[in-house]
Design a protein around this ligand. Structure first.
Ligand code: NAD
Length: 731
């Protein structure tokens, strides 16, 4: 079976079609590389062929990227020298793309050669754009849903198959920056405006236009293969280029805090590549790419953000029951969460019945979708027709009878057992057969299920706020939750295009269980006299998106107080109240966080965050001697990570992949690390256990090494070695 096939027509145009059987979108495998190479050789070697078109057999896409197993196989190929395997593999890939680019031209005169056009029916990402960039002209079908770009940076790598070097030489470093450094993807029209693709044509004319161009005897030599080539916007030593590189370097470090190896390596590849001839630049790109691929951070990011995220989205932990696609969802409570859940459901084409106690509240919940669509229209991301269609799917009402055809209910009323029990009874009278999900963030699912007719059909579907932005959904199984309910929840999450994790029912489930100790650790440091600026910066420098104090301001101090009180009641003597003094004092001062325009930070009248609030250090003076940065960072990271390990030990987590993906998507756990379990694997279990012992001696029992981690340290095990999908069940 071949991934690329070639046909030649009577006019001498060879069409190489990429069509990976059994996949909805093409991905490039090692076999694919060989097939492409063979087709290109055949076309270039056939005298009757005048020109070549490379296209896709898929109707709406060219390719989604590379099969990341290619990288693993390249590493394996060189045995105990994986870096050499990678470098050799990359250079072999460069040779194929360079063959396309040179297309048989005379190396000295640039004469001869055959024009090669890329014809993209739709989405072209990663290697799916790097191949076209090696062609002489890129035609894209005018398919507004298509995405064109190089998103590699988002999973911790960068375009390393010539994409970096070619895009910078085609567009200039400044223009290429957002595409390379942010992984920005564009639709075809925008990709043309940005200069990534050369022509956008009606889908039906795609091949004809490409053919017309190929037969027009066009000039095919790339600017960078001609004498006197100058990089658009200037090379690094040109005054304009110099500014770009100084600015980009500062921007990258500002944005990444220096913790993402790929962003730095990318910049180096661009900078160093810009100083040398094209073929040397490709070699430099390959070296930096190898460097990144050998970095444990990149490996962990690829594993969590690409391989495992996708596996979870495809139902890695879905029970094998029939398709449970939701046709109509009932949402009870049209407040902040209910309104958001209604929006994402209707956007996915699901009919919604949105219920609140009062009609105004239900209407207000629906108005959230209206406002969202209006914003989309203003930004040209939606049309008035789409708005009407989405709003038409939402029935905002107070009438529970309207729920009768719903197959899933999501309850998002006040966080109160009594109110929730009441609502459960009312819902079940109206639609007894639907799966019932609660969006509670703190109440045990097993307890809430007692109000339901059938606990097997009762489940937790925990969304994060704001619902439309947060990618993670935590599905919680109560003691009696059955497989159909789990499958229903997973199929719903898939419909609304979010990433699910499935966990068992224990206090705060998984995400909140880990993030609360992070917040608490930050607040207790304030009381100890650690400088608030040190606390916040230490967190950011280790890759947390928000410091613990800022995060508390965002989620609100009163919520923190509420959780502290409830936890104390539930845990009794076992409750550690070290953070409460500061938290309760802030509450008493009326500094409730962003919502009151005052919290650990000061805010201006418009709500813009200013510096840390000076009153904090006045009340809790900073100690003369401050701890080392690494100590503060380890306290903040271990506070979260040890909870994740305990959640695994206790069976709350059943799959470490969910622990890692959930941590990054749910609360932004240092994405460079690949998640808490990946982080422990990077630092190694023996060192992790040793650090916990030191932290316990210095700061207290909460850092006690969990028995599982101790055992793993003794055996020098890794989490992925022991619990990863490849690990034997017996381990
Ligand atoms: P909210 O106060 O904004 O909304 C609750 C809504 O429920 C209100 O509109 C209220 O009128 C309605 N309601 C109350 N009693 C009702 C009844 N008997 N019948 C119908 N409607 C009723 O609260 P929220 O922030 O949207 O939270 C809702 C649920 O989601 C809570 O269980 C909360 O713990 C959970 N949750 C909240 C967040 C968050 O960040 N706010 C995150 C995850 C989960």
């Amino acid at each position: 079976m071949t991934d690329f096939t070639m046909t030649t027509d009577a006019d001498g145009v060879a069409t190489i079609t990429w069509d990976v059987k059994g996949k909805s979108m093409n991905v490039l495998s090692l076999q694919g590389w060989d097939d492409l190479d063979a087709c290109v050789d055949a076309a270039l070697g056939d005298d009757t062929v005048k020109g070549i078109i490379i296209t896709s057999g898929k109707k709406d896409s060219f390719a989604g990227g590379m099969d990341l197993n290619v990288i693993a196989k390249m590493k394996e190929a060189a045995g105990d020298n994986p870096a050499k395997g990678l470098m050799d593999g990359l250079m072999a890939s460069h040779a194929i793309l360079r063959k396309i680019e040179r297309a048989g031209m005379d190396p000295k005169t640039n004469k001869g050669g055959k024009p090669i056009a890329a014809a993209l029916p739709g989405t072209a990402l990663g290697i799916g754009l790097e191949i076209p960039l090696a062609c002489h002209r890129i035609f894209a079908a005018d398919n507004p849903k298509a995405k064109i770009g190089l998103p590699e940076i988002m999973v911790g790598i960068f375009p390393g198959m010539g994409g970096t070097t070619r895009l910078v030489r085609k567009m200039g470093a400044m223009a290429a920056s957002p595409l390379l450094l942010e992984g920005k993807m564009n639709n075809p029209q925008k990709a043309k405006a940005a200069g990534v693709v050369d022509e956008v044509v009606a889908a039906k004319d795609l091949l004809a236009k490409a053919k017309e161009w190929v037969l027009s005897e066009p000039k095919i030599v790339k600017p960078w293969d001609e004498k006197g080539y100058k990089m658009p916007g200037g090379a690094p030593y040109h005054p304009a280029g110099f500014m770009t590189f100084v600015g980009a370097s500062a921007m990258v470090n500002g944005k990444t805090q220096g913790v993402y190896p790929a962003a730095k390596a990318l910049l180096s590849a661009v900078y160093e590549g810009a100083l040398v001839p094209f073929d040397t630049a490709l070699k430099i790109e390959a070296r930096w790419f190898t460097n990144v691929l050998m970095n444990p951070s990149s490996e962990a990011m690829i594993r969590s953000l690409f391989i495992n995220k996708e596996a979870l989205e495809k139902g890695a932990n879905r029970p094998s029951v029939d398709d449970q696609k939701v046709s109509q969802v009932g949402i009870i409570g049209a407040g902040m969460m209910g309104a958001g859940i209604a929006l994402v459901s209707a956007m996915a084409g699901i009919k919604v019945v949105l219920i609140d106690a009062k009609q105004e509240a239900a209407d207000k919940g629906k108005a959230y979708t209206e406002a969202h669509m209006d914003k989309g229209i203003a930004r040209k991301k939606a049309t008035p027709e789409k708005k009407e269609a989405v709003l038409g799917l939402i029935n905002a009402t107070t009438d529970y009878a309207a729920l009768k055809d719903c197959d899933l209910i999501v309850e998002a009323v006040f966080e109160d057992v009594g109110v929730k029990a009441d609502v459960t009874a009312q819902v079940q009278a109206a639609c007894p057969d639907a799966i019932f999900a609660t969006n509670t963030s703190t109440l045990p699912i097993t307890e809430l299920a007692k109000a339901a007719n059938d606990a097997e059909k009762f489940i937790g579907i925990h969304f994060f706020s704001p619902v439309d932005k947060m990618l993670l959904v935590e599905i919680i199984k109560g003691k009696k939750t059955g497989d159909v309910a789990v499958a229903k929840a997973l199929d719903f999450v898939r419909q609304i295009k979010k990433t699910p994790i499935v966990v068992n029912d224990e206090r705060f489930f998984y995400a909140n269980r880990c993030i609360i100790p992070y917040i608490n650790e930050g607040i207790r440091m304030v009381k100890e006299g650690v400088s608030p600026a040190l606390i916040e910066n230490a967190a950011k420098l280790v890759g947390m998106p928000l410091g613990p104090l800022q995060l508390t301001d965002e989620t609100s101090i009163d919520l923190g107080v509420k959780i502290a009180k409830a936890t104390k009641t539930a845990m009794g003597d076992a409750y550690d109240d070290a953070q409460d003094e500061v938290l309760f004092w802030m509450f008493d001062e009326g500094r409730l966080g962003r919502k009151s325009n005052s919290g650990f930070y000061a805010y201006d009248e418009k709500g813009k965050r200013q510096g840390l609030w000076e009153g904090l250090s006045a009340k809790y003076p900073e100690a003369d001697e401050q701890p080392d940065l690494i100590d503060v960072q380890h306290r903040l990271l271990f506070a979260q990570t040890l909870e994740a390990v305990r959640a695994l030990e206790e069976g709350v987590l059943e799959d470490i992949r969910e622990g890692d993906v959930g941590a990054i998507l749910g609360w932004g756990f240092a994405p460079w690390s690949g998640g808490p379990f990946s982080w422990l694997d990077i630092i190694g279990s023996p060192y992790a256990a040793e650090r916990c012992d030191q932290l316990t001696a210095q700061y207290g029992e909460r850092f006690t090494t969990p028995a599982l981690l101790r055992e793993m340290a003794d055996k020098t095990q890794t989490f992925y070695g022991r619990f990863g999908p490849q690990a034997s069940k017996a381990a």
